[in-house]
Design a binder for this molecule. Structure first.
Ligand SMILES: [Zn+2]
Length: 292
């Protein structure tokens, strides 16, 4: 079976190294088809989806992880962007942007990141049980992979390599981590991490988007003994629902909802930006919501 969207875990035999390769094709296509995104924003969303899928693979939780960008500059043409992945492999992503001629000259994910101007990059983790957690990722550059690798190294004290890439068709990436080494590990193979780092930096973006995980791993580490368990599937999936839309209406308040009904000629439609689903409420449905 060939999976179109997957995460492939790998280990190097007898070495304290683990990693994941992520590949997204139609899940990525579905996301970028939701809005008339400028090209650079598509590239960035693809990378953010891959990043969320890679990072949740490093955690042992049931829940979801999101990678988010939030501008604090009113003149920014990219207002915000977010991508999330949960433990079942469901991914989705969305961005808010201002249409502008400026986008015409922007072609890369780094360009889109820079269009955020001032603002923050952060990771939030929402376990099904227990407290949510949010970590601010230092913007060491306008390159998502560099920022995230730096964050992993600072926050988890785990040397981490991350490479991300997107083109029109697919998004892909790799994450490699050096787990704590015993003295014996270090003595046996003192230049392990230097060697892996040098090999990993030779990856070309085209290889990340085009090559299946096993070919990519062979191309990079064929002199190491790479072990690959079964890949896990990823898929586009949205967590929106009629219930959540109804709850959002209740938050607005009865008067506001009635006003919206009036301006929309009796049918209030809430649509989900992530997947395009529409939830329609007529007068009777609105009244029922507030009668409870
Ligand atoms: Zn949805």
């Amino acid at each position: 079976m060939t999976l179109a969207n997957y995460r492939q875990r790998f280990f190097i035999e007898n070495a304290p190294v683990r990693g994941d390769v992520v590949k997204l094709t139609d899940a990525y296509q579905t996301v970028i088809a939701q809005k008339p995104y400028p090209n650079a924003v598509k590239m960035l969303l693809g990378e953010m989806m891959v990043a969320a899928s890679l990072l949740i693979g490093t955690l042992k939780i049931n829940g979801r992880l999101s990678v988010q960008l939030q501008s604090n500059d009113d003149n920014a043409k990219l207002n915000w962007a977010m991508a999330e992945c949960d433990h079942t492999g469901a991914v989705r992503a969305l961005a808010g942007f201002v249409p502008s001629d400026e986008w015409a000259t922007k072609t890369t994910s780094d360009d889109a990141f820079a269009m955020l101007k001032g603002g923050v990059l952060f990771i939030s983790i929402h376990p099904e049980k227990g407290e949510s957690y949010q970590g601010i990722v230092e913007r060491v550059s306008d390159n998502l992979a560099e920022c995230l690798a730096y964050y992993q190294k600072q926050s988890a004290q785990i040397p981490t390599l991350i490479k991300l890439a997107t083109d029109d068709v697919a998004a892909g990436g790799i994450l490699v981590q050096l787990l704590p080494q015993s003295k014996e590990d270090k003595d046996n193979d003192p230049d392990l991490w230097d060697r892996l780092s040098a090999l990993t930096t030779t990856i070309k973006p085209k290889e990340l988007t085009d090559l299946p995980a096993d070919e990519l791993l062979y191309r990079l580490y064929h002199e190491e003994n790479v072990v690959t368990p079964e890949p896990s599937g990823l898929q586009f999936d949205c967590t929106c629902s009629a219930q959540k839309s109804a709850a959002a209406l209740v938050q607005l308040g009865h008067d506001e909802a009635l006003q919206m009904l009036k301006t929309h000629e009796g049918n209030l439609v809430l649509d989900c930006g992530f997947c395009g689903a529409e939830y329609t409420f007529d007068k009777k449905a609105v009244d029922e919501l507030f009668a409870q």
